[in-house]
Design a protein around this ligand. Sequence first.
Ligand code: LLP
Length: 421
Amino acid sequence: MDHFLYRDGSLYAEDVPLTEIAAEVGTPFYVYSTATLLRHFRLFDEALEGTDHLVCYAMKAASNQAILKTLAQAGAGMDVVSEGEYLRAKAAGVPGERIVFSGVGKTGHEIRTALTGGIRQFNIESEPEMQVISAIASELGVIAPITIRVNPDVDAKTHAKIATGKSENKFGIPIARASEVYALAASLPGLEVIGIDVHIGSQLTELEPFELVYKKVAELTEQLRSEGHNIRRLDLGGGLGIPYARSNDAPPLPVEYGALIKRTVGHLGCEIEIEPGRLIAGNAGLMVSKVIYVKSGEGRDFLILDGAMNDLIRPAMYEAHHDIVPVIEPAPGAEQQPYDIVGPVCESGDTFAKQRNMPKLTAGDLVAFRSAGAYGAVMSSEYNTRPLIPEVLVHQDQFAVIRPRPTFDEMINRDTIPEWL
Ligand code: LLP
């Protein structure tokens, strides 16, 4: 459920009509609903009630400071994958002891920053990384809390580009080698082994892969404990999917996911961490765009929008579906027609949808891309020297620009000219 509903014939974000934001901010823009962000965070938090747990929002999904602050104030921890994300989390007021550092390629500099600023744990993905963390922690005279990410070789049944739990993927250490790698960790200075980490992929729409993996994690916990490791924290990753097309069956709910966690690993008495990103931010954000032209092509009509693949890359990159709806509510039974919905960028891949049935639209009409809150703004670029589009946060009847649109001067003046020119 989200807080983007038609009211009085037009689409609202909470109590603010999108037409009002468009008039003030211009199009295209991203808009997020505070109530939806909080609702989704709380669904996870409540699903794990009764177990010692921390929901670490995977901020790669949407990392605007205002979004992070909203979630941090509700009690969220953060899962970060770079120094930039770590510093963003800190800047939003998240204490180090609520920040988990994931990722296969943490550099020495990133590790140093996190060890100096405070970190809940590093999720280690390889032996060389472990050696580097051990060396830096020893040099700084601190102990780095760590988990080791295991690769369980389980098919997450999602898009190949966002599956991470098969042995062919670059993530984690093979679960079969866990004993050996945990023994190495225990022997190195500057490290404290506290748990196990796993994350098998994103946009999972079934519970079965989670169940398979969490059972393997439970077995591994017992095995490692019997080998003398004090396993007391399980980071179970993110990945629960969202309904991109309202017409499809909805994926499992956080409450069902939470029950599965309790059923599979609850008996171990470990502290539980999860790292959801998409489910918290995805349906809490829209991208709003304007029709520039309606163009009649050979056997098809194109809606040419002012938003493009550089603003929302998911359709081009993952063949992702986003529901696209008119901001002005169509009359009941209004005539529909198929459109190819495209942006202005000079690539055929700049196509959001093909032959999508929409009510008849004309130049100047606004449309909203649903489920664009996760992996939308954060994956945008300035390709074609198109400015990064603004982000707006709504809270009840108020809205605020939380990242302004840069001016062309700002964009151009970031380049520097060498003296020989
Ligand atoms: N934890 C780790 C270690 C991750 O790699 C990810 C996502 C998450 C948590 C959060 O997963 P979520 O709950 O959001 O599914 N750009 C792609 C998605 C990439 C996901 C990468 N890792 C997309 O637009 O679909």
